[in-house]
Design a protein around this ligand. Structure first.
Ligand code: HEM
Ligand code: HEM
Length: 198
């Protein structure tokens, strides 16, 4: 498909063509993150809660590893997004819907880029070492029992349960667009979709 098919309208602020579709890389990274985050929540539901006397066990190690992997992929995705505008120009959206979609996407980036560091700090405060898939050992970033890092762990927990709620909202929105509004919001995030001509 020729490259210019991705561009259907002009952004009035930049006078640049506005993309109407996500690049293959953006889509791949979106769905890779979906898989990793889902795997992470499966691990969270299976692993013991982390407290004062917790010792490392495989599920906790896996939680740390998947979490750091998510951080790395998100950092890459964020850098990519900074250079490539995202097509949020869905015609017919109410102002509040546009705002909510924008806020949700921003929060996804915020939570997935900041949240892992708070978990890492909490791991250090609990004297649990972080060793990514047993191959890359990371240093500890907080002293054992450091109170700021224990608080960071509480914030990590709240943030990540909020993330799960936001995912619910995001998925409900995607399905509503597809099945009730019959627009191309979901299709443009699917492989092969979204490069529709105007
Ligand atoms: C972005 C990926 C991550 C997600 C979705 C996630 C999710 C969660 C959730 C939902 C909890 C609460 C579990 C409960 O209620 O018992 C939790 C706790 C925890 N996570 Fe993560 N986590 C992520 C990344 C990380 C990373 C990278 C680390 C460490 C390197 C980490 C370390 C911890 C620790 C230490 C706790 C216990 C927190 C405390 O109570 O102080 N997490 N995580
Ligand atoms: C872990 C779960 C998920 C996260 C963290 C997530 C994150 C994101 C983010 C940040 C965007 C903004 C575009 C970008 O920056 O590349 C986005 C767009 C999108 N996501 Fe997700 N997503 C998740 C799961 C899902 C699922 C399960 C679906 C489908 C049922 C979905 C459908 C979409 C669609 C259709 C868009 C495009 C919205 C638009 O262009 O207006 N997402 N997602």
């Amino acid at each position: 498909m020729p490259h210019h098919d991705k561009f259907t309208s002009v952004d009035p602020r930049t006078a640049q063509p506005r993309p109407s579709g996500y690049s293959a890389t953006a889509k791949t990274l979106h769905w890779l993150i979906v898989l990793l985050v889902l795997a992470q929540f499966v691990v969270v539901f299976l692993m013991p809660s982390i407290g004062r006397d917790t010792v490392l066990e495989p599920l906790i190690t896996r939680h740390f590893s998947i979490g750091v992997l998510i951080l790395v992929v998100m950092a890459f995705r964020w850098m990519l997004r900074l250079h490539h505008p995202v097509p949020l120009d869905t015609p017919g959206l109410a102002a509040w819907e546009r705002w909510l979609a924008y806020a949700t996407h921003r929060l996804f980036y915020f939570i997935l880029l900041i949240g892992p560091f708070l978990g890492w700090a909490s791991a250090s405060a609990h004297s649990l070492s972080v060793n990514i898939f047993g191959v890359i050992p990371l240093p500890s970033i907080a002293a054992p029992k450091a109170s700021w890092a224990l608080t960071a762990g509480d914030i990590h927990t709240v943030m990540m349960w909020t993330l799960l709620a936001l995912i619910g909202l995001h998925v409900a929105a995607a399905l509503t667009h597809h099945y009730f509004r019959h627009d191309d919001v979901l299709r443009r995030m699917l492989p092969g979709g979204g490069t529709r001509r105007p």
